[in-house]
Design a protein around this ligand. Structure first.
Ligand code: PXL
Length: 267
């Protein structure tokens, strides 16, 4: 049978846990055919893990995109790290013209292990160019606070208010990944403009969480490529990341990724 096809428009994490590598591994595990448009290359200094970030040229981003749309076609797509305002607006224009039926926007602002937001001006560009196109937007709590223009989010009520505000920017569904807010739970909150649904997962005591956010949004994208049901996609993605976190592991003293194969190995 011909598989469904999913596209990721994101950055390369050469360490393999996040970015395009996480997305393609997740697509493979969820049985969809993965394709990629690279937006930025990220390398890490071995001693400090400081990130070196080199954007791909807008022309080459457009060439890659044209390879897939109109060149091939995709059942669903997601965005990940988009390093500049120019690239965010280019990707927004390409996606708007492509009219992709199921689009997931992962508004990546920081990498784990680095504390500074990549570029604050990118937040306004994402709100303007990407959120109105999104079937689902998947911020973590930091990204949700930025997109909602709220101070730090602390309670479930804060998360619901942030989701309401982000929905106001035009995203059809908002999923806030609240992995670090509470001591025992790592819930995901879905708001579809009408009602709030909480997907509760126990919080795991691991610091090896690299790539969890990318993996979550990639799994939502893969599930949407196969069917239209957003709550079911969010449930599966939560289960997939939970399993991947149970088997996360250190690569070195700086970083440990989630294990994308973990759910497939469950009985
Ligand atoms: O986890 C966020 C992220 C996304 N995309 C790329 C990254 C990272 C963090 O390292 O490198 C390419």
């Amino acid at each position: 049978m011909t598989p469904k096809k999913a596209l990721t428009i994101a950055g390369s994490d050469c360490s393999g846990g996040a970015g395009i590598q996480a997305d393609l591994k997740t697509f493979q595990e969820r049985d969809v055919y993965g394709m990629s448009v690279l937006t930025v290359l990220v390398a890490m200094k071995p001693d400090t893990w400081a990130h070196v970030v080199v954007p791909v040229s807008p022309d080459m981003i457009a060439e890659q995109f044209a390879t897939i749309i109109p060149g091939i076609g995709a059942d669903a797509a997601k965005t990940g790290m988009l390093p500049t305002v120019e690239i965010i607006s280019l990707v927004g224009r390409l996606l708007a013209a492509a009219n992709i039926p199921r689009l997931v926007i992962d508004p990546v602002m920081v990498c784990k292990g680095t504390s500074q937001p990549l570029f604050p001006e990118n937040t306004a560009a994402m709100i303007k160019h990407l959120l109105p196109l999104a079937m689902v937007v998947t911020p973590n709590t930091f990204e949700a606070a930025q997109l909602a223009a709220m101070p730090e989010l602390k309670t479930r009520n804060d998360l619901q208010e942030a989701a309401r505000r982000i929905h106001g920017h035009g995203a059809a569904n908002v999923v806030i990944k609240a992995a670090r807010l509470f001591p025992d739970q790592a819930p995901n909150l879905l708001f579809d403009g009408k009602s709030f649904t909480w997907f509760d997962h126990p919080r795991l005591a691991t610091t090896w969480t690299h790539g969890a956010g990318c993996t979550f949004s990639a799994c939502v994208t893969a599930e949407l490529a196969k069917h239209d049901d957003v709550p079911a996609a969010v449930q599966t993605a939560g289960d997939f990341v939970h399993a991947a976190l149970v088997e996360s592991f250190p690569l070195n003293r700086h970083v440990g990724p989630v294990y994308h194969k973990a759910m497939a190995k469950l009985p």
